[in-house]
Ligand binder design. Structure first.
Ligand SMILES: *[C@@H]1O[C@H](CO)[C@@H](O)[C@H](O)[C@H]1NC(C)=O
Ligand SMILES: *[C@@H]1O[C@H](CO)[C@@H](O)[C@H](O)[C@H]1NC(C)=O
Ligand SMILES: *[C@@H]1O[C@H](CO)[C@@H](O)[C@H](O)[C@H]1NC(C)=O
Ligand SMILES: *[C@@H]1O[C@H](CO)[C@@H](O)[C@H](O)[C@H]1NC(C)=O
Ligand SMILES: *[C@@H]1O[C@H](CO)[C@@H](O)[C@H](O)[C@H]1NC(C)=O
Ligand SMILES: *[C@@H]1O[C@H](CO)[C@@H](O)[C@H](O)[C@H]1NC(C)=O
Length: 784
């Protein structure tokens, strides 16, 4: 028998070998995909167990990490990062990330929670055509829901809570016939809901809380499986939604509902939680709601519901919390609410009940109010409360009108701000009658440099040499009324040029004998100091001795920035209105851009500028500008006065510690951020303590975070924006210079904070943001 192997055995062997080979190959390609995912997510702690030798299909699953395989393919990937994970670094690319994910085309379950993922959800997700459950909560996804998502016809669960999605909910939601859970809580969606939602008959949980939706809720009565409907914190209304009767949870809190409660609610026998608080519901409060067999939480507070409570009413013994406060109820609090009251909350203040425990209005109040809203008497409940709605409608219509006007005003103002900043200031060319033989070569060099280095972003007249006469005329011969101050480097005067332009002029006395030619390099250095976020240099002037024409003084002419220091706008509360949150972020962005320019826009860079909040000025449009009167350009000039100018030109940047010096500006910037957040100036010995406080509050809840910041912005800053600002601030203040973030990193985070805040303020038109000028969207940034 020996060497004759039957063909069939051979075939089996080959097949087995092939399939082993195949599955190993599959395994290794999957491994690469997983390792790539790990890398793209920047090695989060939850994936720390993954390495080259991991057998991904046979790892133990935990609540935060699960990989499930079936038949050699990956069917489930479940990754839950640490709560409040910060944004992934700027080099994260959501596109690469999804390109990698779609290499697992058999995925049915994909959970990517709290991983710091940011960017718009790529349409590529549609390649995961088997996807049934997708949970991407608590990331930083933004933009609208991509149309391609509609190709995922097996999708059953879509959870995108706590992201920054915006735009309308698309009409094509009926392309998910199997959809049972749709949860979009805490995003920035707006618009009204598409009617197609009403045809998703398998829907069990629909949660749209905390967005900017408005308008009527589509007819949902066909959703007979609907158990949870959460619409709180939106602008829905005015009619009570039409619903099936299987509801377990119904939350309509804080919307714009203005109708009565339909009778059908009293037959929702599975209803456990009903929260219709903070609306303007009118008409009778159905007492039967209190005795629904499953009800445990009932909150009708903050409406205009009427009715008379009786002592002998019955209520469900499982009731945990009842809040009837701020309505128009009369009568006596039912006994059943008071019995076994040990762990039950019962609130009923601000009604007209015959009770003394919680604050009540006098009976006539409720009667007049009830008439005022035109409540129809019981018994006619089926007629809608048309009058009530009408009269309220008029009132609200008027309010609506007012807010539209306010909005228009706001938009126009914004436009104005924009055009204002675009309009170049009046520029008049004044003949270059420079005091000394200032070469036109220098000026043409200046033009050359300004083009190549793009400091053309400043709306300023071109750099030029001024004559002494001009300087004298502008300052009224250095009149004491024009005196602004004196530093170690000479006096500062305010002045006005003939064309009306306001300027600030620094005079530097030169004690040694130098000719103007000796200063060529210094002047070359000086006219690089032109940038939107620097108090820019407009020109210079030499004063020379008549006898040997050596230089006696140098005048440096700066633009005049009229609006005072940043400090005065956050802490001098009695004398001026403090900056809004948005303006603070924008100011911070300005300062960061100024620093970035000093480091990288000028060659050689200027480091270690020892910046303080008093070194930042605001112009009439609240654009922040770093005051550079005292920056190294002038210390250079001072040194010039003491030695040979051309040898003194070595800028600090040629120093080997560039990196460290770079980071020292970042630290100083961190202190300014801290001051902006806390709304007060801070002594350097207190910085560490306050940094720790900030650090602690980052991991606490939003409330705690808010409690430590400047009360002037507490109400209007969005938590995500605040958190981002705090995080970057803390990172700037790290002890070890090398661990501080780069300028780019700082800027990116600030712009992110601005973007989040802007999206939010822009959407809610929050009336509290009543700043003199709101340069909101001037930095619509792109993330790529
Ligand atoms: C992103 O940058 C960080 C450092 O900032 C680096 O550690 C990481 O490898 C980079 N990630 C990618 C995907 O390039
Ligand atoms: C994993 O494998 C890749 C290539 O297959 C190699 O470049 C890398 O160094 C390996 N990593 C470890 C930790 O062994
Ligand atoms: C989605 O993720 C959140 C956050 O971890 C979790 O609370 C929720 O239960 C998840 N939902 C599903 C259906 O997996
Ligand atoms: C909805 O939000 C989008 C994006 O944020 C915005 O462009 C649009 O104007 C908003 N629409 C309404 C009606 O508020
Ligand atoms: C009822 O709702 C109001 C407004 O939404 C809220 O302030 C109050 O705490 C709620 N009552 C209870 C008992 O939860
Ligand atoms: C409750 O008391 C009122 C009068 O106080 C009476 O008319 C009503 O029948 C009583 N209801 C029940 C259920 O006992």
């Amino acid at each position: 028998m020996g060497n004759r192997v039957p063909l069939s055995v051979l075939l089996v062997l080959v097949t087995v070998l092939l399939s082993i080979f195949h599955s190993e190959q599959l395994q290794s390609s999957h491994s690469q995909t997983f390792l790539r995912i790990q890398r793209l997510l920047n090695f989060p702690a939850v994936l720390s167990s993954w390495n080259n030798n991991t057998d991904f299909c046979s790892t133990d699953s935990t609540s935060s990490l699960t990989v499930a395989c079936y038949d050699g393919t990956i069917t489930q990937l479940h990754i839950v990062g640490e709560t409040r994970s910060p944004l992934l670094a700027r080099n994260f690319s959501i596109n690469s990330f999804f390109t990698t994910l779609v290499r697992l085309p058999s995925l049915k379950v994909l959970t990517l929670v709290s991983l710091g993922i940011w960017g718009p959800l790529p349409g590529k997700i549609s390649h995961l055509s088997s996807l049934e459950i997708f949970n991407a909560s608590s990331n930083f996804l933004y933009g609208s829901i991509p149309q391609e998502l509609s190709l995922l016809s097996h999708l059953q669960t879509l959870i995108l809570d706590h992201n920054m999605f915006s735009g309308h909910l698309p009409e094509w939601f009926d392309s998910f016939p199997a959809l049972t859970v749709l949860s979009l809580k805490h995003n920035l969606f707006n618009g009204s809901l598409p009617d197609s939602l009403g045809s998703l008959e398998n829907m069990r949980i629909l949660s749209l809380s905390h967005n900017h939706f408005y308008g009527p809720v589509p007819d949902l009565h066909r959703l007979t499986n609907l158990q949870v409907l959460e619409l709180d914190d939106n602008g829905f209304g005015p009619r009570f939604p039409q619903l099936g009767d299987k509801l377990v949870t119904l939350v309509l809190r804080n919307n714009k509902f203005r109708s009565s409660i339909p009778d059908e609610m009293s037959s929702c026998y599975q209803l456990e939680r009903l929260d219709i608080s903070a609306n303007t519901f009118v008409g009778p409060f159905q007492l039967a709601l209190m005795s629904l067999p499953s009800i445990t939480y009932l909150n009708i507070s903050g409406n205009k519901l009427t009715g008379m409570l009786l002592e002998n009413l019955s209520c469900n013994s499982g009731l945990q919390a009842v809040d009837l406060s701020s309505n128009l109820l009369t009568g006596i609090l039912p006994k059943c609410l008071m019995s076994n009251a040990n762990d039950r909350t019962v609130l009923y203040a601000r009604n007209c009940l015959e009770e003394t425990n919680q604050n009540q209005h006098a009976l006539p109040f409720c009667h007049t109010e009830a008439i005022a809203v035109g409540v129809v008497p019981e018994g006619k409940k089926h007629k809608p409360v048309s009058k009530a709605v009408l009269s309220l409608g008029i009132v609200c219509g008027t309010f609506g009108g007012v807010s539209i006007i306010a909005l228009l005003f706001f938009i126009i103002r914004r436009r104005n701000v924009k055009t204002k900043t675009k309009d170049p200031p009046p520029t008049k060319l004044i003949s270059e009658n420079a005091a000394s033989g200032y070469t036109s070569k220098l000026l043409s060099d200046a033009r050359y440099i300004s083009q190549t280095m793009k400091f053309g972003t400043v709306d300023l007249p071109p750099y030029r040499a001024f004559s002494l006469d001009e300087i004298v005329a502008a300052t009224n011969n250095f009149d004491s009324a024009c005196f602004m101050g004196e530093g170690s480097q000479g006096k500062m005067h305010r002045g006005q040029l003939k064309d009306g332009l306001l300027v600030a002029i620094r005079s530097v006395k030169i004690t040694k004998s130098f000719s103007t030619q000796d200063f060529v390099h210094n002047i070359e250095q000086i006219f690089k100091y032109r940038h939107r976020h620097l108090v820019s240099v407009l020109g210079h002037c030499f004063e020379c001795y008549l006898d040997d024409s050596s230089v006696s003084s140098i005048f440096i002419v700066f633009e005049y920035v009229p609006n005072g220091t940043l400090k005065s706008w956050i802490s001098d509360r009695h004398y001026r209105k403090s900056l809004t949150w948005t303006q603070r972020i924008e100011a911070a962005i300005g300062v960061a851009k100024g620093i970035q320019y000093l480091h990288a826009g000028i060659v050689p860079g200027v480091y270690s500028n020892n910046l303080k909040i008093t070194d930042v000025l605001l112009d009439q449009n609240f654009v922040a500008k770093i005051k550079i009167y005292d920056l190294p350009l002038l210390s250079l000039m001072r040194k010039v006065g003491q030695g040979n100018p051309s040898r003194e030109l070595k800028s600090p940047s040629t120093n080997k510690n560039v990196k460290q010096e770079d980071e020292s500006d970042v630290y100083d910037f961190g202190v300014i951020l801290l001051e902006l957040i806390l709304g007060r100036t801070i002594k350097s010995r207190n910085v560490d303590t306050l940094k720790d406080l900030l650090q602690a509050s980052i991991t606490a809840d939003g409330e705690a975070r808010r409690s430590i910041i400047d009360p002037a912005v507490r109400k209007v800053c969005l938590d995500q924006s605040l958190k981002t600002m705090m995080e970057i601030c803390v990172r700037c203040l790290v002890k070890e210079p090398a661990e501080r973030p780069s300028n780019e990193d700082v800027l990116w985070n600030l712009q992110f904070a601005a973007q989040v805040q802007d999206a939010w303020v822009g959407d809610s038109q929050s009336g509290s943001d009543d700043s003199p000028i709101s340069p909101l969207a001037s930095i619509r940034m792109t993330f790529h």
